[in-house]
Write a protein that binds this ligand. Sequence first.
Ligand SMILES: [Zn+2]
Length: 451
Amino acid sequence: MKRFFYIILLILIIGGFIYFYPEIEWSSPEVDIKLESENIGTRPFDIEIVDSGKGLKNVTVLLSGDHGESILVHKNYPEGVKSDIITIKLDPKKLGIKSGPAELKVSAEDRSRLKIFSGNKTIINKEVNLDLVPPKLDVISTEHYINHGGSGLVVYKASPDTVKSGVFVGDYYFPGYKGNFKDEDVYLAFFAYPHDVKPDMNIKLFAQDQAGNQKSTGLYYRFRDVKYRKSHINISERFIDNVMAPISQEDNSSAGYKEIFLKVNNEMRKKNDAKIREVGSNSKGEMMWQGAFHQLSNSKVEANFADERTYILNEEPIDKQYHLGYDLAVTKRYPIEAANGGVIVYADELGIYGNTVMIDHGMGIITLYGHMSSIDVEVGDTVQKKDIIGKTGQTGLAAGDHLHYGIYINGIAVRPIEWWDKKWIKDNVISKINEAEGEFNSQNEDASPQN
Ligand SMILES: [Zn+2]
């Protein structure tokens, strides 16, 4: 009799197990708090919750600290939800929270019937540091004169919690570099006022801390508009056959003249400029140059910066591009001199620019030398002002032997003439550096401009 009872009990247990089995799972939800650091501020962050079994039932996010405990999120899920991403953005006023240590608690429950009334629960407690105070930012340099298409320098101080800072001109960002002054919190940021950005925009100095708090302040400056030239260039079919088709490196047997032209002058130019931008935005933080930049000896400027060129083929305008440098001509195969001290960061063929060298002078400033017939340097070489880096030529998209010379800040082309001008360098770079409090540690210390 007793034996019979045990058999019945066993059948009931097995039966119940089989009945409930599909409703049971053993694994708890996975919770991933996606924080860039343990400092959290008002920058939004995500919490990802995944339950690969029966799905999510509910989730609660709490923040506890000096202010007590606040519920940031409580959410119940309908059946069948297996994952969710919750974005948290703290509102310090509403929550009454202040900077200081705090704890983030996330609990997530799934729909498993393992525990009859409640599912599997995951609870994560994470210690965080509430940082709700943005970095401090003070502009040190005073006189900022900026030409449309030209360059600027701002010297500023940012509080030690700063992890990223620099200048915004419209959407263009130019990072600041520190470590050049005795005061470790003093930065230099060179920036471009791009020739194709509309005049008199707000220029903003900006700093961000580890918690993502941002501080920005407008930069007071005097703007000088510059009229750039517009020109029309007639393109012959012969030029497309002899110069452009070979550059395109493609089989153009079935392509029309216009198509070949656009492939090179438009598509390839865009790719090449993107490469320059990439190289230019990886500049070293140290200033490797001194005084005014050197203009190629005995050279004359044959084509100007930011000329807007409309290309005409058989009386039809087919393309419009800006010329982002100077064309400098002397004699054929003339030795090219480095415009200033720096490190070679590019020495290779580059589409429309032909054989090209780029020199990183540091702090975002690079110079570019195009159409070279030969290159005498390698990536990694250090050069001084006037060192020979190769010879002029006609490689790439060039109608005759000349040097295409460009200067870029963080990959954005700027007016080269400013950098050749001793007085501009003195007024816009050296005087600002001298103006900064503390002593300047680099070789530019007793900065006498030289050329
Ligand atoms: Zn050119």
